[in-house]
Design a protein around this ligand. Structure first.
Ligand code: ATP
Length: 434
């Protein structure tokens, strides 16, 4: 697998990921997504939303607020138990997540480490102008809680009956003790989460179905499946709410680590919110109105940023072509930031007369780049490096034969296609496999 520094450098150079606040010297572990990174993330989220919300009658979407009543985080257990054990070096005062340490001394200076102390990962802030510690609010550390506290609203305003799910995409914040490994562990990140409500007796079967769905989804994204592994998390490593968890781990260049998680949360969340809020959150069986119970919850959760990192690593390939090394990102056409690049051979009015209408037409259906700079060979290399599946070259013959050359990224084959058939050609190429 490619090393992480190569990916960081390509991602910066091509406009996927920049260091955050760079002109001020950056901010540790903060990253900004550039033009191509923003588009790639959007494509991942859109595909997820289409598959999870739009194409499933049993799941509805939600877009909850980041700031919630602080009682939510009391009930959820996050105020009391969302801790990581932290050890501090007595000499250099570096802090470490105890779970990440495999030595008993400081990895930085060899000094002795303190006993582990619990460190709450939630970011705290205040509403209003005064930092009054009696009214803290928290930046949500997961998107899940909005789906639990709105369970009754969704039940009352939709026609959903068990089993059904609520899905959400949004930012989450964690004051991680040791953020790092590029966009793998950051303080601010985005999650795509599903809370799937089931009859308690059916959880085992539903859990397995979701585990399989997550593997299919990985395949569809184009992740390197050989690098993806199920890890059955033992009881002493599970989050406070979970009775069973599978971590989907990925072989990152810095080790095998959690990419996504699948947790069986039982009725932990609905039960605690029911107790703390005093509001009934029970479900009434439509076939038997005397049967009232709290549904159990299965939660597939996926970080957008870790997905993007796994995708960049999986897509990255190098090969030798005519004695030169070619770097190519093999994104699927559905996810590639650009699907088509429109490349007139030269900046001449007779070529522009063909290129501009073609770009106008194609960009209504496909994400199109447009590039008139440098030699055509260099432009192809650039498009390979950003993963564009099809390059369309308009040359001087095009003026005569009203046809263009379409080059496919992976095979590098070139075909001549009449101008008025380009849109259909791209459609035929992209749709069956995407
Ligand atoms: P880890 O053990 O790596 O800290 P976690 O088990 O705390 O992760 P979850 O609470 O299950 O993570 O969060 C759900 C998903 O959100 C993770 O599978 C991951 O994709 C993503 N995620 C969690 N923490 C971060 C972070 N600090 N930066 C980026 N993504 C994250």
């Amino acid at each position: 697998m490619v090393d992480i520094d190569t990916v960081i450098s390509l991602a910066k150079q091509r406009g996927f990921i920049y260091p955050g606040s760079e002109i001020y010297g950056g901010l540790a572990n903060a990253w900004d997504y550039g033009p191509l990174g923003a588009q790639l993330r959007f494509n991942i989220k859109r595909l997820w939303w289409q598959q999870v919300v739009e194409q499933r009658p049993d799941i509805v979407g939600l877009d909850g607020a980041i700031l919630m009543n602080p009682k939510v985080w009391q009930a959820s257990g996050h105020v009391d138990t969302f801790h990581d054990p932290m050890k501090e070096c007595q000499a250099c005062h570096r802090r470490y997540r105890a779970n990440d340490l495999d030595t008993s001394n400081c990895p930085n200076c060899g000094g002795s480490l303190s006993a582990p102390r619990d460190f709450n990962l939630m970011f705290k802030t205040w509403i209003g102008p005064v930092a009054d510690s009696t009214t803290p609010v928290y930046l949500r550390p997961e998107t899940a809680q909005a789906m639990f506290v709105n369970f009754r609203n969704v039940l009352n305003t939709t026609r959903q009956r068990l089993p059904f799910g609520i899905a959400q995409i949004g930012k989450a914040f964690r004051n991680e003790i040791t953020p790092g490994n590029y966009i793998f562990r950051t303080l601010e990140f985005e999650q795509m989460e599903i809370e799937y409500f089931v009859e308690p007796a059916n959880w085992v079967e539903q859990f397995e179905q979701w585990a399989q769905w997550m593997e299919q989804w990985a395949q569809q994204l184009g992740l390197d499946i050989a690098a993806l592994h199920r890890y059955e998390v033992p009881a002493d490593e599970r989050a406070h709410y979970s009775q069973r968890t599978i971590d989907f781990e990925f072989d990152f260049p810095f080790g095998r680590k959690e990419l996504w998680g699948l947790a069986y949360r039982g009725d932990f969340d609905l039960r605690n919110h029911q107790i703390q809020s005093g509001e009934k959150l029970e479900y009434t069986d439509p076939m038997d109105p005397t049967k009232k119970f709290l549904p159990h919850i299965i939660e597939p959760t996926m970080g957008v940023d870790r997905t993007m990192l796994a995708l960049l690593l999986s897509a990255y390939h190098t090969e030798t072509v005519n004695g030169e090394t070619r770097v190519v990102l093999r994104f699927t056409p559905q996810l590639a930031p650009y699907q088509v690049a429109v490349l007139p051979l030269a900046r001449k009015p007779e070529l522009a007369a063909l290129t501009e209408p073609l770009y106008q037409q194609l960009s209504k259906r496909w994400r199109c780049d447009f590039d008139t700079t440098q030699s055509i060979g260099k432009r192809y290399r650039r498009q390979d490096e950003i993963g564009t599946p099809y390059c369309i070259t308009i040359d001087f013959d095009s003026v005569i034969d009203h046809a263009v050359t379409i080059r496919q990224r992976d095979a590098m084959t070139q075909v001549r296609v009449p101008l008025n058939q380009v849109d259909q050609y791209v459609h035929d190429q992209i749709t069956p496999t995407s």
